[in-house]
Design a protein around this ligand. Structure first.
Ligand SMILES: Cc1cc2nc3c(=O)[nH]c(=O)nc-3n(C[C@H](O)[C@H](O)[C@H](O)COP(=O)(O)OP(=O)(O)OC[C@H]3O[C@@H](n4cnc5c(N)ncnc54)[C@H](O)[C@@H]3O)c2cc1C
Ligand code: FES
Length: 270
């Protein structure tokens, strides 16, 4: 066998930190819907002249009651959801970079062709529509089904993967493995007593009482079961008597003064 039987991934606290902005709290696909009561731009099902679409620019429009972006890249035209699946950021105001669109709010990154999220903090893909181009007119047709990877276990891949940690980074690692077709067993060992959660929310809308507790969970227990990800809670890993991960906050520009006392929200994870 060409590989080690087990790969261990240690969650790096802080790896997913992006922005300090407070956003409306939404989480599931139902809650983060692409439906927008204030739709802008043209009805893309009636057709758009290709010559009005310049390369690498975004045309915001709609299909039925869903906000959709039409984007031309070289000889290809793609139609993709206009609302970020993280907290609903307006992707029409985002950036197009190398076949991806980047959300202006917390910089999630989606593949234009597949709609899949390539970078945190978004977890769910964007919806896509089929585009028909004929006689210089691009017409947006039906919504395309979500790509479902067929799981497999390549000889070059580890036979099983153990992820140490149960935060956003650990969750993203497990989901990405499945999205990229990894078919072996995945186990997440978390010292936490609860499933991976959206920690930035804890000091914002949740703390302010504006978000119910269930919205702070990144994924449900059913999700992990469905994707064959075994999440072991209250499972602290030690390596020769030393905890395996740490979470020491970095002190940068904010310091204590005689009138302002600065305390850490957390020091270490153990
Ligand atoms: C209250 C709060 C508010 C925040 N607000 C913001 C914000 O507004 N903007 C922003 O960018 N970031 C914010 N952050 C930071 C952001 O949440 C973190 O950067 C992010 O959660 C890091 O995710 P992570 O998965 O890397 O680490 P963590 O979420 O820290 O996860 C580490 C995981 O490892 C587990 N673990 C640790 N040691 C062991 C062990 N020995 N064995 C097994 N498991 C172990 C822990 O139990 C935990 O599950 C905030 C954090 C907090 C706590
Ligand atoms: S809304 Fe947060 S990354 Fe888009």
């Amino acid at each position: 066998m060409a590989n080690a039987g087990l790969a261990i991934v240690v969650g790096q606290p802080g790896a997913l930190a992006r922005s300090r902005a407070t956003r409306p709290v939404t989480r599931t696909e139902d809650q983060v819907s692409n439906r927008n009561p204030q739709l802008e731009g043209p009805d893309l099902t009636t057709g758009v002249e290709l010559e009005t679409l310049s390369d690498e620019t975004i045309l915001a429009g709609h299909v039925g009651n869903e906000a959709v972006l039409l984007i031309r890249r070289d000889n290809e035209v793609v139609a993709i959801g206009a609302t970020c699946t993280h907290y609903g950021g307006p992707l029409a105001k985002g950036l197009l970079v190398d076949g991806t669109v980047r959300c202006p709010w917390h910089h999630a990154c989606f593949d234009l062709r597949s709609g899949e999220p390539l970078r945190a903090p978004a977890l769910d893909p964007l919806p896509r529509w089929r585009v028909e181009v004929s006689n210089g007119i691009a017409v947006v047709r039906e919504k395309l089904p979500r790509h479902t990877p067929s799981l497999r276990l390549l000889e070059s891949a580890p036979q099983s993967i153990l992820i140490v940690g149960g935060g956003a980074a650990a969750n993203a690692a497990a989901e990405t493995l499945r999205r990229e077709s990894y078919g072996g067993p995945i186990t997440m060992l978390s010292a936490d007593g609860a499933l991976p959660c959206d920690r930035p929310n804890l000091s914002k809308d949740y703390l302010a009482g504006k978000a119910p507790e269930e919205w702070t969970v990144l994924r449900s227990a059913d999700f992990y079961e469905h994707h064959g990800i075994d999440v072991e809670l209250n499972a602290r890993v030690t390596v020769r008597g030393t905890p395996a991960t740490s979470a020491i906050p970095r002190r940068t520009i904010v310091h204590s003064t005689p009138t302002v006392r600065v305390s850490s929200l957390r020091s270490t994870a153990w």
